[in-house]
Design a protein around this ligand. Structure first.
Ligand code: ADP
Ligand code: NI
Length: 215
């Protein structure tokens, strides 16, 4: 897609918004999700690429973890300030609303193809080499231990339980509670293929890590 003025302005907005946050939610994550989403959209000719681009760029600006659980409306505010079409704004906000993982037992269906593309792109950045690094950076930013064999992973059946559970958990548990589950929940063919490869590497890494941490 040729980047239009709105997309360029939105790139600048998110770069400024995330600044140099170092807890896995930096501008680098958002820009990778944006580029991956555009790549996945190339295989989906029916996709509205502008909606995909905006949703990818704005997908984390209202994340509950960044906003300490307080509901924000940064994405809606930004699009309104740009006088963006209300109908497309609604489509973008719906994608953002549906993008997140909310626990192993919680449905994460996407109601649109554009949403599936953005969700897959976000999840691809949570697995593989980058995913491994983000997990430990995030865990460290919250003061969580890397591993504790006395704290077993749990499969949460509600968003509330997932949020509460991860607070007392470990970074290694996050692989079992979320990251290893993502491969089978990918929604586009291209996303699934990339996820399978990244998942294999990640599993080998966690097996080795666990052996080293608990000899
Ligand atoms: P995403 O932006 O991919 O949706 P999240 O917003 O859930 O991911 O979290 C940001 C990063 O931190 C991701 O790489 C994610 O896997 C990681 N993360 C989230 N929760 C935890 C946790 N409880 N322990 C370790 N890493 C976590
Ligand atoms: Ni994200």
């Amino acid at each position: 897609m040729t980047e239009n003025g709105l997309i360029c302005d939105t790139v600048a907005f998110v770069e400024d918004f995330f600044g140099d946050k170092g807890d896995g939610h930096d501008a680098g994550h958002t820009l990778r999700v944006y580029r991956t989403a555009l790549m996945l959209a190339e295989d989906e000719p029916e996709c509205d690429v502008e909606v995909v681009a905006l949703a990818a760029l704005l997908h984390d600006v209202d994340d509950y973890k960044l906003n300490k659980g307080v509901q924000s409306s940064n994405a809606a505010g930004w699009l309104a300030a740009q006088a963006y079409s209300p109908q497309k704004t609604e489509a973008v906000l719906k994608i953002i609303d549906e993008v997140s993982f909310r626990g192993a037992g919680v449905d994460d269906a996407c109601s649109t193809l554009e949403g599936a593309v953005v969700q897959d792109a976000d999840r691809l950045d949570a697995i593989g080499c980058v995913g491994i690094i983000r997990t430990f950076v995030y865990g460290a930013s919250r003061g969580r231990p890397m591993y504790d064999k006395e704290i077993p992973p749990r499969l949460h059946d509600s968003f509330e339980a997932y949020k509460a559970g991860s607070a007392g958990g470990t970074s290694v548990n996050h692989f079992y509670e979320k990251l290893f589950l993502l491969k089978d929940r990918m929604k586009t063919a291209a996303g699934r293929k990339l996820a399978e490869e990244r998942d294999g590497f990640m599993r080998e890494f966690v097996e080795r890590l666990t052996r080293e941490l608990a000899p």
